[in-house]
Design a protein around this ligand. Structure first.
Ligand code: HEM
Length: 155
C-alpha cells in the first residue's frame, strides 16, 4: 500500500499543478495583463506565459495518466474499481483532449499571429484559449469533486 500512497501523492501533485496553474492564468495573469499592457505587449507576453505553462501541463498529464492507470491496475487486481474512479478517468480524458486542442490546435495560430504582429487575430485566438481554459478549469473541479466525494460515499 506504500506504493499506492506514493502514486496517489504524485497524481495529486499533478492535479495541483494543472488546476492551480489554470486558476492563476485565468484569474490573475490574464486580467492583470489586460489592465496594465497594450495589445502589442500583452499578446506576446500571454503567448510566452502560456508556452511555459503548457510545458508544465504536459508533464502533469503524463504523470496523471501514468499514476492513474497504475492505481487503476492495482485497484482492479483486488476487484475494487468504483464507478467514481471510472468517471474521473473519463472526465480526465475529456480534459486532456480539450488541452490537446488548445495546445496543438489554437496555440500555434496564436503564436503565428503574434509573430506577424497581427494583434486583432492574436486577440481572437487568445479569447478562444481563455474560454477553453475556463471550461477545463470547471471540468477539473468537477473531476476532483467526483473523485473525493465518490471515494467518501463509496468507502
Ligand atoms: C485519465 C486519467 C486518470 C485516471 C486513470 C485516474 C485514476 C485515479 C485513481 C485510480 C485514483 C485512486 C482512487 C482511490 O484511491 O480511491 C485517483 C485518485 C484521484 N484522482 Fe484521478 N485519474 C485520472 C485523472 C484525474 C484528473 C484529471 C483529476 C483532476 C483534475 C483527478 C483527480 C483525482 C483526485 C483528487 C484523486 C484523489 C481522490 C481521493 O483520494 O479521495 N484524476 N485517480
Amino acid at each position: 500500500m506504500t506504493s499506492f500512497a506514493i502514486l496517489l501523492f504524485l497524481h495529486f501533485s499533478a492535479v495541483i499543478v494543472w488546476l492551480g496553474g489554470m486558476t492563476i492564468m485565468h484569474f490573475a495573469v490574464r486580467p492583470a495583463a489586460v489592465q496594465t499592457l497594450e495589445p502589442a505587449q500583452r499578446l506576446p507576453f500571454m503567448a510566452a506565459s502560456l508556452a511555459r505553462f503548457f510545458v508544465l501541463v504536459i508533464v502533469a498529464i503524463v504523470l496523471l495518466l501514468a499514476t492513474g492507470a497504475w492505481m487503476m491496475h492495482i485497484m482492479a487486481s483486488v476487484g475494487r474499481l468504483p464507478s467514481s474512479v471510472q468517471a474521473m478517468a473519463g472526465l480526465g480524458l475529456i480534459m486532456m483532449t480539450i488541452f490537446g486542442h488548445i495546445r496543438f490546435g489554437v496555440f500555434p495560430k496564436l503564436r503565428r499571429a503574434v509573430a506577424a504582429q497581427s494583434w486583432p487575430e492574436a486577440a481572437t485566438r487568445l479569447a478562444t484559449i481563455r474560454k477553453l481554459v475556463a471550461l477545463n478549469l470547471a471540468l477539473g473541479f468537477i473531476t476532483v469533486a467526483v473523485a473525493i466525494i465518490g471515494r467518501t460515499l463509496l468507502a
